[in-house]
Design a protein around this ligand. Structure first.
Ligand SMILES: NC(=O)c1ccc[n+]([C@@H]2O[C@H](COP(=O)([O-])OP(=O)(O)OC[C@H]3O[C@@H](n4cnc5c(N)ncnc54)[C@H](OP(=O)(O)O)[C@@H]3O)[C@@H](O)[C@H]2O)c1
Length: 371
């Protein structure tokens, strides 16, 4: 099946799979999602509302127009409560977590600026887990960690299968000034330590680079990674590999690890590892009208090889990952729909309407009689 076939035959990825008569799993339960208006969190909020949960979503300013997409979600009017909370405001986090049976801690800065990254990521995570312990009602906390807490280890051999037992080397992250990975790794260590000390049931999802449609109006960092290959801002691609996963599958993973009593520990959330050359090839094949780079910026060193990984834990929980080519296709279509990318090489709506306007002889009882 081609990507386009798959797209045509696919159903709405966010739609609940349960039969219409079944009682949704989340009925009567309230959960908190931190950073609710973010890229991943928005899909998670959508999924939770579809499953019947009441959601307390934290945002820094509930009145900000950038939350409009959340307020427009099905069920939001009845079951979405936006709570004002900064990650460094413990009291506000406690208020948001109060009365919840579950907490999804997704908010984090996504930056390589150490001052903006490390403290909110680490202290915010400790605050969320402490707040969950204090609330007394929270059954489980799901923390959104990252592949950045897993793979940054120069000592890992090429044949090692990257899985939940792998941890990034903090010194290496520091030395290479990879402050995002450093912050996420320290935050995940802090999450495990705080949960152990406070007796909180913690499960962790470690997504790789996330692609797929945006619900919010703005472009987040991982989608900017794809957009730069389409809008002419990247003239070359790097000699680098990266693992990818679809945002709808990341949301699904969060819900599965929350709902499944047998879920425990970390969960590597990855569909495929691709060299950048593979990414640009897929994009150029699907969307030849954009100036997708064809040249690697490194013409000296050997081509970087993809690492091996295991996503078995999430597959054992029933998650079926979408192929990354489909996610890339959906990403580009969504960027066009949201106006982040011009639609090139296609007729405008007016041109199409003019050309296809039915002539008198075509309209015989509504049936076109001329090809
Ligand atoms: N996208 C990926 O490829 C990827 C991969 C692996 C892991 N992750 C992790 O997934 C989570 C969500 O990432 P995303 O891609 O959805 O990013 P995003 O769209 O940038 O969302 C991040 C959210 O965190 C909030 N936030 C940041 N700093 C905050 C603070 N000090 N107080 C309160 N809220 C704060 C942001 O709020 P504002 O809008 O107010 O800034 C935003 O809602 C993060 O933990 C990230 O590390 C992402």
């Amino acid at each position: 099946m081609t990507v386009v076939d798959a797209v045509v035959s696919s159903t709405d990825a966010g739609a609940p799979a349960a039969a219409a008569t079944a009682v949704p799993a989340g009925n009567g339960q309230t959960v908190c999602v931190t950073g609710a208006a973010g890229y991943i969190a928005s899909w998670l909020v959508k999924l939770l509302l579809e499953k019947g949960y009441t959601v307390k979503g934290t945002v820094r300013n509930p009145d900000d127009p950038k939350n409009a997409h959340l307020k427009a979600l099905d069920g939001a009017a009845e079951r979405l409560i936006l709570c004002k909370a900064d990650l460094l405001d413990y009291d506000a986090i406690c208020r948001a977590v109060q009365g919840c049976q579950g907490v999804f801690h997704t908010a984090s800065p996504v930056t390589d600026d150490p001052e903006q990254m490390v403290e909110p990521a680490v202290r915010g995570t400790e605050y969320v887990i402490n707040a969950a312990a204090e609330a007394g009602t929270v059954r489980r906390v799901v923390f959104t960690s990252s592949i950045g807490a897993v793979t940054m280890d120069p000592k890992r051999g090429p044949d090692v299968v990257v899985d939940e037992s792998c941890w990034s080397d903090l010194e290496f992250c520091e030395k290479t000034r990879n402050w995002y990975c450093y912050g996420k790794a320290v935050a995940e260590h802090a999450a495990w330590e705080t949960a152990r000390r406070r007796g909180v049931d913690l499960v962790v999802v470690n997504p790789v680079l996330v692609v797929g449609p945006l619900l919010q109006a703005t472009v987040n960092a991982s989608i900017a990674h794809i957009l730069k290959y389409l809008d002419g801002s990247a003239r070359t691609f790097a000699n680098a590999v990266q693992a990818y996963v679809d945002v709808r599958d990341v949301a699904d993973a969060h819900l599965r690890v929350f709902e499944s009593p047998r879920a425990s520990g970390r969960h590597l959330c990855a569909e495929r590892v691709l060299h950048r050359e593979d990414v640009v090839r897929i994009l150029a094949k699907l969307f030849p009208e954009y100036p997708v780079p064809a040249r690697c910026s490194d013409e000296v060193n050997p081509r970087k090889q993809p690492y091996k990984f295991s996503n078995q834990k999430l597959r054992d929980l029933g998650l079926q990952f979408r192929p990354v080519s489909q996610s890339l296709y959906d990403t580009v279509k969504n960027l066009q729909e949201k106006g982040h990318l011009p639609v090139l090489g296609e007729r405008t709506t007016t041109e199409a309407a003019d050309k296809d306007a039915p002539t008198a002889e075509m309209q015989q009882g509504g049936i076109a009689i001329r090809a």
